[in-house]
Design a protein around this ligand. Structure first.
Ligand code: SER
Length: 322
């Protein structure tokens, strides 16, 4: 059966690249991008686009009916740092949008759902090294609370109504096409841009803060892979641990300095340090690797090379041959 896909939150960091990839795979006309506001010209010109408020069921249902949507990727969310500033709004956006989409699947308008969870489901009491798939989850952020609750809703809709919903606990995602906004792991994107554009960066996390991270290419690969997997192979109905690499700001800096030796970094931790301290350092994603053969490609070295090369060519700059 041919699929018609709706991406909600298509103009965000992951949504932009997911839309691009899905349009390559399924054809532009079969992939409907939507967001609360318009995105960059590349996205807007590459296929159908609709303005959609992720918390408005009528609006979403209109688009689902108009295009005969079969699958929804729900990428709209308020990330950890912003949700700490606006707890109620963060909770409302993250929960309401998920329940709307799960209901559309329950009501058989659509037959498959993708929804991202996060390493933020873990908290102080979770093991920090090789954090297992199933372990204690007492998140300290509103964002993490919404993700834990969301995971249980996914599992509930599967068990109770047979909804086919698939989910990954993304680590921090590093990318150059679209910047993230409002996350605790955002430094790992900003640092590359600042290295090239200003030669200096003030980091909002301490230099030895180790966090799980992943390059965008791998995140997109994992997302497509879990959606294409046979339903019987997707044994985890909450959300899968997903990992590629773990690093500290200091380690990124020395990797960047291989290409830009004069790059200067200072450290001024803010409220995001506490969030980062509550999260795992290294995630055990054995289950994803076993169940649907997840395999990452990029490590810190290969990612750094690719990030610097792409930001340079995007900015039309030539700093040093990368
Ligand atoms: N990257 C997210 C954040 O920092 C974690 O899922 O909020």
């Amino acid at each position: 059966m041919s699929e018609t896909i709706l991406i909600i939150g298509a103009c965000g960091q992951i949504g932009t690249e997911l839309t691009h990839k899905l349009r390559v795979l399924h054809g532009s006309e079969s992939v409907i991008a939507s967001d609360i506001r318009e995105g960059n010209s590349e996205l807007m010109n590459s296929g159908p686009f609709e303005i959609v408020d992720a918390t408005n069921k009528a609006q979403i249902l209109d688009v689902v009916s108009k295009y005969k949507i079969t699958q929804v990727y729900l990428m709209a969310a308020m990330l950890s740092a912003t949700a700490e500033k606006y707890p109620q709004r963060g909770w409302d956006l993250n929960m309401t949008s998920l329940l709307i989409v799960l209901d559309l699947a329950k009501e058989k308008y659509i037959n498959k759902v993708y929804w991202p969870s996060s390493i933020a489901v873990f908290g102080e009491s979770s093991p920090k090294i090789n954090t297992p798939q199933s372990t204690i989850m007492e998140p300290s952020t509103v964002y993490g609370m919404s993700k834990v609750a969301g995971e249980h809703w996914c599992n509930y809709y599967h068990k109770k109504y047979g909804v086919d919903v698939r989910s990954l606990r993304y680590p921090g995602i590093v990318s150059w096409r679209t910047k993230p906004g409002g996350g605790t792991t955002d430094y790992a994107v900003d640092i590359y841009f600042k290295a090239i554009e200003e030669g200096a960066y003030e980091c909002f996390l301490e230099e030895n803060t180790r966090l799980p991270m992943m390059y965008m290419d791998d995140a997109i690969e994992a997302t497509i892979k879990i959606m294409q997997a046979n339903v019987v192979d997707v044994s985890v109905k909450t959300s899968y641990n997903l990992a590629a690499m773990s690093f500290t700001p200091k380690e990124v800096v020395s990797e960047i300095q291989k290409y830009i030796p004069e790059f200067q970094v200072s450290y001024k931790p803010d409220f995001r340090q506490e969030i980062a301290n509550s999260w795992p350092q290294i995630i055990d994603d054995t289950k994803a690797r076993e169940d649907w053969e997840w395999k990452h490609k990029f490590d810190l070295t290969t990612m750094t090379k690719d990030m610097l090369r792409n930001i340079q060519s995007q900015n039309n700059e030539f700093v040093k041959t990368v």
